[in-house]
Design a protein around this ligand. Structure first.
Ligand SMILES: [Zn+2]
Length: 228
């Protein structure tokens, strides 16, 4: 990831690259991961009392501050910030609203404009043959745009309030496409249960972290099995 500062006066740019293992998205006021990503990459204008001291022209200037992605990883980890601090009540609150995410995402334009492309699926999270075939078609179509096509394979979810609750994991076997729930016991997870991780009510086991895996072979140095 690259953090940059762009001086609007002399056009000088300062950039610093950092290796990050996960991106944490603010979701307040957003209804999907795609939308939250667009907000994440929105550049901020430092102006007024926030003028930035430019190291090139040595003046306090109006500056554009932002982040961009330089390289995408094989495993993309996306944090969903459902816990926020409420400064009025001075306590941590949980956001219960629905935040849509998809199983197959096209990140080929992500490094250019921060956009993720996906498609609504009426049979989402199902391993029925028709649903699986539809997803395979979608993968093939997205792969025409480039190699950065990802498949969701793990969801960490939290059920309960901010101060009390339970974490569990949903993991998809990429071979059988079956979703399993890992809680106190391991059990098969229905598409309806996985859909409830999108959130919407205070009863849902809402997703707080998503793991996507790039389609194709894992890199030699990082062999990760596809079946569980
Ligand atoms: Zn400058």
């Amino acid at each position: 990831m690259e953090n940059y500062l762009y001086c609007t006066y002399c056009k000088g740019t300062t950039a610093r690259q950092d290796q990050v293992t996960a991106l944490s998205l603010d979701i307040e006021g957003t209804s999907s991961i795609e939308e939250a990503f667009l907000r994440y990459f929105e550049a901020e204008v430092l102006d007024g009392n926030n003028l930035y001291l430019c190291q090139y022209c040595l003046g306090r200037r109006k500056t554009i501050k932002g982040v961009s992605i330089v390289q995408l990883p094989f495993i993309a980890t996306i944090g969903i910030k459902r816990f926020v601090f409420n400064f009025e009540d001075m306590k941590i609150e949980k956001l219960y609203h629905k935040v849509v995410f998809h199983e197959i995402i096209d990140m080929n334009q992500f490094m250019v404009n921060g956009k993720i492309y996906s498609e609504d699926d009426t049979e989402a999270f199902s391993n029925a043959p028709s649903a699986m075939e539809k997803r395979e078609q979608l993968k093939r179509r997205f792969l025409l745009n480039g190699p950065y096509v990802y498949e969701l394979y793990c969801i960490i979810a939290h059920q309960g309030r901010a101060d009390a609750g339970n974490y569990c994991a949903f993991i998809k076997c990429l071979k059988t496409k079956r979703w399993l729930q890992f809680d106190t016991m391991v059990s098969l997870a229905t598409p309806q249960l996985i859909l409830s991780t999108l959130g919407g009510t205070n009863q849902d086991p809402s997703a707080v972290c998503l793991y996507y895996r790039q389609l194709g072979e894992s890199p030699q140095h990082n062999k990760i099995p596809i079946s569980i």
